[in-house]
Design a protein around this ligand. Sequence first.
Ligand code: HEC
Length: 173
Amino acid sequence: MGARIPGIILAAFLLCAAVSEIDAMGGRGVPQATPDKDARGLLHLVTVTDPYTRWKSLSGDKEFQAGTKPHGPFVVIYLNDAAFRSLGQGKEMARGSICVIENYNEEKVLTGFGVMHKVPGFNPDGGNWYWMRSTRDGKIEFFGRVEACIDCHRKAKTDFMFLGDKKGEGARN
Ligand code: HEC
């Protein structure tokens, strides 16, 4: 459990490193739909402004649940209020919904996390989700309209979310 906290703190501190990383890559990914929905902004939002570790988790008491590739053998999934409220309705998640999946290895050490952020109009063919994947150190690896994420998440029953059909039952803050 303790392994999760350092990751987040590191993410916050290494934000600057992540920024230069992106610049160095020449903005890998895609153009942003809106200036405030960029990868750096999203990382900052979910780790500093409104840390996702304070959100509700689907897996009861924020415990590990079995994950699959590419997310790793163990995952913990967090939903902000907008996402949590939209759950189980079988329709598109509300504007501003954010979902974070922490990825853990076999030893239950955090390796990184994936983020889905609902940005109306961003990418209608992909559920208008803005995708982002960061290492535990806050190094942004993918962001924007990430085909790999979209292609696989397209198989989910509701709104590109594999867990979108689940009710919020059992979730606690
Ligand atoms: C090959 C399939 C596949 C790919 C590629 C993939 N995912 Fe997932 N994702 C899943 C599955 C399956 C789950 C449900 C949890 C699990 O089994 O690990 C999931 C869960 C999630 C969740 C929690 C919400 C939900 O849908 O249940 C987020 C957030 C997420 N993925 C982000 C990403 C991001 C960001 C990328 C790309 C960088 C990505 N995923 C790529 C299969 C995939």
